[in-house]
Design a binder for this molecule. Structure first.
Ligand SMILES: [Zn+2]
Length: 166
């Protein structure tokens, strides 16, 4: 998977239309949001991510009472099996929220390039021209973002320098 190789976290929201747990080769089931469900039917708790093995460890909650082992059942989810279901960054964590926020803003920016700045209306034949087009669009986006961030100050300045214009 390309995303995997480039070490980029995909932040595709889960399609939660499915309400069913999925089965695994063991007696553990996986909830639609990627949480293992132990044989007693309880959600397991994440207990850390092992980078070298690329897997997250899960364990029965203290109150679960599943007693096959001293500390209840443990289970590992491997991110390479399903990056969407088993992200390396814990879903819902602060880091996850940050990445997610960044993703939606990138999506918004892509949408702006495509629709507002009519990226696809270009009729260029060479890759170089497409690059020039996207650089032009990105320059516009930066100018606009700069303008929005400074607008209040500029308006104040304008009012001081030439009161009649303002
Ligand atoms: Zn349990």
């Amino acid at each position: 998977m390309l995303l995997d190789h480039q070490n980029i976290e995909p932040c595709i929201d889960l399609n939660n239309r499915s309400k069913k747990n999925t089965t695994t080769e063991s007696d553990i089931h996986i909830s639609p949001t990627g949480i293992p469900i132990c044989p007693k039917g309880n959600e397991m708790k994440p207990t850390g991510f092992d980078i070298s093995q690329d897997r997250r460890k899960w364990r029965c909650s203290l109150t679960c009472g599943y007693s096959d082992a001293k500390y209840g059942r443990t289970y590992h989810t491997h991110s390479s099996d399903n990056l969407r279901l088993f992200p390396r960054t814990a879903r819902g964590s602060e880091k996850w929220k940050l990445i997610y926020k960044r993703c939606t803003s990138i999506e918004r920016s892509n949408k702006q390039e495509k629709i507002d700045y009519k990226f696809e209306s270009g009729r260029h034949r060479s890759t170089m021209m497409w690059y020039i087009r996207i650089y032009g669009i990105m320059t516009c986006q930066h100018m606009y973002a700069w303008y929005v961030s400074q607008k209040d100050e500029w308006d104040k300045l304008k009012a001081t320098i030439c009161p009649t214009v303002a």
